[in-house]
Design a protein around this ligand. Structure first.
Ligand SMILES: Nc1nc(=O)n([C@H]2C[C@H](O)[C@@H](COP(=O)(O)O)O2)cc1CO
Ligand SMILES: [Zn+2]
Length: 165
């Protein structure tokens, strides 16, 4: 099996999402420069030092008891984790960016957003993001792929090595 560049980078974003402790929505992001080098990855999680077993993961109730005011989105983590300037880069995200991440994406110099899910397309945040991306000339497109899943094996046979030992 050989995967495309888009599938590869989105795969890295999806794999990163599996690190998220969010029980409802795990999101991953992968930033790639013009040389097709990965320069930053991230997933949605609590800020450093904020223990993700102590902070809430709920979606309802008192504002301070919900996850929303605390959690750092995957895109922002990827931007903040990046090792270099993001001018001219592309970001692969498993879920369309919200308006807050949209602003960070624009200001960082990222020029293209490739996304997989747009499950909150009807939300104000997503509509506002699309408006700002369009004004700023940041392209956005849904990932196109025939792939449904890619097998990842962690079990490797070392029988031959044992035989030769
Ligand atoms: N693009 C995004 N990147 C993200 O990292 N997130 C995070 C914030 C929350 O932790 C979770 C969304 O929670 P929920 O409302 O689907 O239970 O995903 C959310 C979005 C949506 O805009
Ligand atoms: Zn966001």
């Amino acid at each position: 099996m050989i995967i495309s560049w888009d599938e590869y980078f989105m795969g890295v974003a999806i794999f990163s999402a599996y690190r998220s402790k969010d029980p409802h929505t795990q999101v991953g992001a992968c930033i790639v420069n013009e040389d097709k080098h990965i320069v930053g990855v991230g997933y949605n999680g609590m800020p450093n030092g904020c223990d993700d077993r102590e902070y809430p993961w709920g979606r309802t109730g008192e504002f301070a008891e919900q996850k929303y005011p605390y959690v750092v989105h995957a895109e922002l983590n990827a931007i903040l984790n990046a090792s270099t300037s993001l001018k001219g880069c592309r970001i692969y995200v498993s879920l369309f960016p919200c308006n807050e991440c949209c602003k960070a994406i624009i200001q960082s110099g990222i020029r293209e957003v490739v996304y997989l899910s747009d499950k909150y397309a009807a939300s104000e945040a997503t509509k506002i993001s699309k408006r700002m991306f369009d004004s700023a000339g940041v392209r956005w497109r849904r990932m196109e792929t025939e792939l449904r899943e890619v097998p990842v094996k962690f079990e490797v046979s070392d029988a031959r090595d044992l035989q030769n030992a």
